[in-house]
Design a protein around this ligand. Structure first.
Ligand code: NAI
Ligand code: MG
Length: 360
């Protein structure tokens, strides 16, 4: 029996609890199959926390997260809270939790499942073999720089400033090299070093750190070129690391290679192996409570958690293989089904993946 690890579970709103329940089912199966031991502590977050505690991120929830090894998050938000003031909006809790937990990078894998290649708008032969990860810096750059208006010679001017310091760049670049080392050992660092000073600092930093990782093949790609290459040769990328705004845009572009939002996992990481894992999608109020949600994004987030926080690569592989097997056998939830009348419910999909892991 391995050491007991602690997972904080914050299901949130809408389809959050439905997809998280399936992810927990998968965690329990891996305990049986691989002999792991987890405690899972639930805490309130988002709209439901506003209703019950008067704040989207109660102090108890933060404590549960801080005392855990990793956090599993569903999704938050919904029309019920859309007109609330900023402090009483579920999405404010998302920003708060990232900050309080010291999460400085967002990781988004984009993996093509062969049997779903046709769901993408790109040609199947272009997508073949695509398995990449975008590592986006989350705490710096133009989104957080000083912003102001002033009167200029040509009338009113608006100013957004982009600032990065060398330690912010170093920590994310090192993390990206480490992640590449656990994958296919290729890193693309994306910047705009031909025009931006922050990008020149970024590139210098990458080049200074690179010799510490001699087994990683490094390329520098300008962001505009990267946007093109993602559509032209997506399978040639392994890990892409970039600053906040470029990462915001490129991670959404990369996500669309795969076709369905119900399939996309993500991780937000801090120092060391601590991480928060969640599906890329939101709370989908339009389908909440109907058993229609695809749980695969959340289940694949568990695989990411096993790989990045716990180093349980064998179980991560087993989860990813089980998902691929179930899809290969033709099983679909309605978001990815060609024939909606044959679509599986959220729990049926979770059960099939659990069964495939037990068989593995
Ligand atoms: P959304 O991702 O919730 O839904 C977009 C569309 O995709 C909807 O038609 C939905 O039914 C579908 N969809 C999403 N996840 C699915 C799944 N697992 N299976 C099947 N279909 C799925 O984005 P939307 O509608 O813009 O936002 C809804 C709420 O979620 C808002 O309150 C928003 O603020 C919040 N949100 C929360 C996020 C988070 O918790 N990290 C991220 C994005 C949005
Ligand atoms: Mg975005």
């Amino acid at each position: 029996m391995s050491e007991t690890k602690k997972i904080a579970v914050i299901s949130g709103d809408g389809i959050g609890p439905e997809v998280v329940a399936e992810a927990q089912k998968i965690i329990k199966v891996t305990e049986e199959v691989f002999g792991y031991s987890f405690t899972m502590e639930h805490a309130l977050f988002g709209g439901i926390a506003i209703d019950e505690k008067g704040t989207p991120l109660p102090e108890e929830t933060l404590q549960v997260c801080k005392s855990a090894d990793a956090v599993l998050l569903g999704a938050v938000g919904g029309p019920k809270w859309d007109n609330n003031s900023k402090e009483l909006r579920p999405e404010t809790g998302l920003l708060g939790i990232r900050k309080e937990l010291g999460l400085f990078s967002n990781l988004r894998p984009a993996v093509i499942f062969d049997c779903l290649k046709d769901a993408s708008t790109l040609k199947p032969e272009v997508l073949e073999g695509t398995d990449l990860m975008v590592v986006r810096e989350l705490t710096g750059g133009i989104y957080f720089g000083e912003k102001f208006r002033r009167e200029g010679a040509g009338g009113e001017e608006a100013v957004d400033t982009c600032v990065y310091n060398v330690s912010e760049v170093e920590r994310i670049v090192r993390q990206a090299f480490e992640i590449a080392g656990k994958r296919r050992k290729k890193l693309a660092s994306v910047d705009k070093a031909n025009v931006l000073e922050t990008s020149r600092l970024w590139r210098e930093t990458v080049n200074r750190i690179a010799p510490e990782y001699p087994d990683i093949e490094l390329e520098h790609v300008l962001v505009d070129n990267c946007a093109m290459q993602l559509l032209r040769r997506p399978s040639s990328f392994d890990v892409i690391v970039t600053e906040n705004m470029f990462g915001d845009i490129l991670s959404d572009e990369a996500a669309m290679l795969t076709g369905s939002i119900g399939m996309l996992a993500s991780a937000s990481m801090g120092e060391g192996s601590y991480g928060l894992y969640e599906p890329v999608h939101g709370s989908a109020p339009d389908i909440a409570g109907q058993g229609l949600a695809n749980p695969i994004a959340t289940i694949l987030s568990v695989a990411l958690m096993y790989r990045l926080t716990f180093g349980y690569a064998e179980a991560a592989d087993a989860i990813e293989r089980a998902v691929a097997e179930v899809l290969d056998a033709g099983h679909r939830t309605s978001d990815i089904a060609a024939d909606k009348s044959k679509a599986l419910s959220t729990t049926e999909m979770g059960d099939l993946i659990a069964k495939a892991i037990r068989k593995s």
